[in-house]
Design a protein around this ligand. Sequence first.
Ligand code: IYR
Length: 222
Amino acid sequence: MTRKHTHPFVPYTPPRLPIEDGLARGRAWCELLDERRSVRWFSPDPVPAEAIELAVRAANTAPSGAHQQPWRFVATRDPDLKRRIRVAAEEEEHRFYHEREIPEWREALARLETDAHKEFLEVAPWLVVAFAQKQQDGRKTYYTSESVGIACGFFIAALHSMGLATLTHTPNPMTFLTDLLGRPGERPYILFPIGYPADDCEVPDLRRKTLEEALTFEGGLA
Ligand code: IYR
């Protein structure tokens, strides 16, 4: 077929995977992802920078609005910077948990037993903050949150595939990260502590939605 393009296009013809192999890979992928849990107790054991690089390489393959890729990942393993992030996050969280009257939040969060204490921000060997770029060179970006959210999903899956754990931490508000990490004009989107789970790590005993709760085939499968 000859299409008339006004911009460069290149062929994209990946070899077709036989469906049996595709389904086998899909099952293995689900099994792997189903082992993932969000972790709040980390081991201080070091993690090489290459693991962070690989996770960001994975995130960087995400689809995005108008291919603007409106993300920037800032990673640190500097103990002093981690401490400053922890102190600022705990200040915000203290206000959130003790000064603002938000009963419906309290109820929704009860089973996670979270509080204002965020030791993991210093114990985890790495902190990575995903920033969202609402603008790039003075131009608005499109579907910014969706795009950064998808990239963060790839990032989390890549970390898990390497045997690493993380948490989608969102101190509320987290604008302090803009200053501490020097990203003016960018919105802190998720703060990820990254490392191995502590030897005595525990997670809340939660269940996932069943497939029936998560998927509707409308119009049947005939
Ligand atoms: N930011 C607070 C509260 C919190 C909010 C949600 I949504 C959670 O899933 C968990 C906690 C905190 O990090 O403790």
